[in-house]
Write a protein that binds this ligand. Sequence first.
Ligand code: COA
Length: 351
Amino acid sequence: MEIREAIPDDNDALQFLQSKCPQGTDLVATAINTPDFFSRAKAYEMYKVYVACDGNQILGSTACGFKNVIVNGKIKLVGYGFQAFVAPESRRLGVASKLHQHREEYAAQQGASLFYTLVIEKNIPAMRYIERRGFYLYRTIIMPGLAIYKKMNTATEKQVRAAREEDLGALVALANKTWQNYEMHEPLSAEVLSSSIKRTPGYDIGNFLILEENGEILAFLGYLDWAQVMKITVDATSSKMKMMGVLLKFIGLFKLMPTMIKPGDTLEQIIVTLSGFNDPAHLSLLLKHLNNQMLEKGVDFLFCVCDPHNPMLKSLKGFVRIDTAINIYIKDLQKGKLDATKPVFISGVDM
Ligand SMILES: CC(C)(COP(=O)(O)OP(=O)(O)OC[C@H]1O[C@@H](n2cnc3c(N)ncnc32)[C@H](O)[C@@H]1OP(=O)(O)O)[C@@H](O)C(=O)NCCC(=O)NCCS
């Protein structure tokens, strides 16, 4: 078996292999990066995509990206590992382990202080594999999925508008203030955010909504359209979703309720990437605006990703929500561990 960097010509074979690799054991879903396999990795200024091959045959693949984030009060380079999948017939042969070894060595060469990866709840093979590589479970965070099924009330005296290039300075100042005490937050400048928006497929300055009063930005939120980067099909719903489906059907007899996801559904979903606010009520207003915009576009779900102490969770009243737990696994590559007492920030771009 040989490990090498993926090349553009691997695109179709990698997409085909992804279609054979559903993730999870309770909620089971297949994600195929489409139209471009490499689009997800392009969200990172610095990234590597690796493949494991036996002759011409690709057995598996994985990727990593890098960013500068807060680690115990200091700004440090960290590596993020994502997109690990191995052909079903080649599993338990050490393919994912070898692929990981390459990305971790690369991260160490770049001077990364730690390496992290995210594993959805109950994805047992992925958890065991990453634990075997020496990772520890740092925190379990929440990914609320908000069902988009009805128009929400957004009456306000305040103004809501799409961001423009000249707002970037004010947006990063507000984001940096909101998340300054969060581990793994990437302190941003207008230039860093602007280049992140430009290189990430499905991202645009128009994806940032601003709430303003007398020229002052009270809150903002940015979102990424997943449908432009990957096609996600549900193979099996979780037990939580099944129970919720029954409940929604019952309440649906009396008032308008969303229909629950079912196996075979291809989901149209967006994810909140970055926000800034002082008052969760202001963020709530923006989420409701976004709900109304996306309702017209036929989007099914709006996802957020938050530490359990994130005040964003106070903005979700009025939404029908299904939470998914996401485990953050960490491997320290240098001294200076993350502060375990502080909340953590994970960007929606990582999901
Ligand atoms: C997770 C995945 C990438 C692991 O790939 P793999 O090549 O089989 O992993 P490895 O052979 O390197 O496994 C290393 C160790 O992980 C653990 N492990 C891997 N799969 C496991 C499983 N199904 N159950 C329990 N432990 C498992 C074992 O300890 C294993 O060592 P061992 O075989 O000597 O006991 C693969 O199962 C997969 O593609 N899953 C579907 C896609 C997915 O969920 N990706 C992860 C997204 S976060």
